[in-house]
Every structure is written in C-alpha cells, then in structure tokens.
Design a protein around this ligand. Sequence first.
Ligand code: C2E
Ligand code: MG
Ligand code: MG
Ligand code: MG
Length: 280
Amino acid sequence: NADTALYHAKGQGRNNFQFFTEAMNQQVSERLLMETRLRDALGRDELELYYQPQYDVSSNCLTGCEALLRWNSSQGLVMPDRFIPLAEETGLIIPIGAWVLQQACNQAREWDRIHGKPLSMAVNVSAVQFRPELVDEVKAALSESGFPADQLVLEVTESVLMSDVEGSVSLLHQLRELGVRIALDDFGTGYASLAYLKRFALDKLKIDRTFIMGIPDDEDDVAITSSIIDIARHLRLKTVAEGVETEAHCEFLRRAGCHIAQGYFYARPLPASEFELKLK
Ligand code: C2E
Ligand code: MG
Ligand code: MG
Ligand code: MG
C-alpha cells in the first residue's frame, strides 16, 4: 500500500522512491478507470435499487422500505460504500441521485397499489445533493410518479445538516412544505447537538446500527438506545432502528418503545422482484 511504500521510500532512498510512485500510479489509474466506468453506469443501465423492508416493531407489519443503491459493473456487484464517495467527488452523485429519487418513487407508486395500505419509501440523500435544487428534483420525482409526498422519506445525516446550519434549516422547511418526511440517518454517530434536533424540521431519528449491535449485553449501548428513544418521544419524532439482527434486539426495541425496525433479522436489502414477493 502507498503509505508503507512512502515510509520505505523515505528511509531507503532512490530505488524505493520508484516503488512508491508505482504504487501511487496504480492507485490513481484504478481510480480513473472506476470513474470512467461510473460515468457510463447510468447510461448502461448498470445501477439498481435494492429495497430493505421496514417493520412496525409492535405489530410486525411491513410499513415501507429503504432504497439502497447497487452497481452491477462489468467487474461484478459494487456496494455503495465503494462508489458513493467517488460519485460525490466527481459530482456524478447529482444525476445518479436524481435517478435514484425518480426510480424509488416510480417503484413505490406501483407497490402502493399492490399493497393496499400506504407504504413509505426512504431515499438516502448525499451532502452534495443537499442544496436548493433538491427541492425541484423531489418535486419532479413526485409529480412524474404520482407517489404521495407524505410517504416519501429523505434520509440525511448529521454532518450534512451541520456543514451549513442556516442553509439546512431553510432547505428542510422547503422540503417539508412539499409534504415529504425527513429522517436523520445514523443518529448518534455525528456531532449534531441536541439543540439542533429542535431547529431542524425532522420527522424520524434512525438509531445507528453500531448502538443496536451491543444490545442487550453492552450497558452503554442499552443506555444510549433507550435515551435516544426517550428523547425522540418527547420531541414527537418517530424512531427507526437500523441493523436489527436478532430476536433479542427486537424484544428490547419493543419494550423501549421504538416504532420501526429494519435489519437482517427481518430481511436483507432485496432486488425489486423479491421485495414484491413479500408484498403479495
Ligand atoms: P445507510 O443509509 O445507513 O444504510 C444502512 C446500511 O446498513 C445498508 O448498507 C444496509 O444494507 C446495511 N444493513 C441493513 N441491515 C443490516 C443488518 O442487520 N446488519 C448489517 N451489518 N448491515 C445492515 P449498504 O446498502 O451497503 O449502504 C451503505 C451506505 O451507502 C448507506 O448507509 C448510505 O449511506 C449509502 N447509500 C446507499 N444507497 C444510497 C443512495 O442511493 N444514495 C446515497 N447518497 N447514498 C446511498
Ligand atoms: Mg439510510
Ligand atoms: Mg443509516
Ligand atoms: Mg448506519
């Protein structure tokens, strides 16, 4: 790796410097190659949304899902942690994000008909997308699909909101005026102070997977999770637990009064056709 190479290079002179640049070159060209492929991914129809079901913790009923992006590249399936950062750095997240919004709304509109009961659809929004133009992109996705605004949930993280507090407050209000819901994703891992929970127009808090993981044995995770649920209740926000993997997680969340859960215990993120089987 490049860091080790740099270390050797500093310690051992010229020959190793060559080694270092080769390692660097390889990293740079791999990145460039991936960037070129990602640029073509939309046009080649290589992007696909998977859908992870969300359940009401107390009734065990399916209430909706979260759309999670996958890239079926010529090199195989690529997970979002590997290409979203690159999409953000290159600005490709703008067209990709607009596609995700439209695709998720189209799909949800269709499933809403099949399901009979209103289904919520949660879409992740990147920091780069979180700008005034997002309002028009959301409007377009809603009007072209006919999906009801109050069933669309936009997931943003604390760092997205904290990078420009005033701008975020105003943007969240505009989005809320469209009728869409806002969820604060990975809650507890960022650095938003509790005071901001009041200022930001939010509907849901998503409790990060890292806290759920330690339940029921880790006393700190138990305390943190219960406290988040209590705070949310007092602020009249709904709670969604992510990464629910065991019966014990479920049992704890039910007793603590958490509303919604998603995780491998219920289902993994599924391709559209498999999610549809769950609806029927
Ligand atoms: P996230 O929004 O916090 O999504 C939850 C992640 O946890 C997903 O990973 C999901 O597959 C995974 N997960 C769900 N249940 C469990 C469980 O029980 N155990 C474990 N170990 N993991 C679970 P995924 O699909 O790899 O997505 C990773 C991140 O990539 C997402 O985190 C989100 O930040 C980002 N992402 C995904 N799709 C999009 C997208 O369309 N747009 C943007 N901007 N970001 C996206
Ligand atoms: Mg999310
Ligand atoms: Mg999350
Ligand atoms: Mg998370």
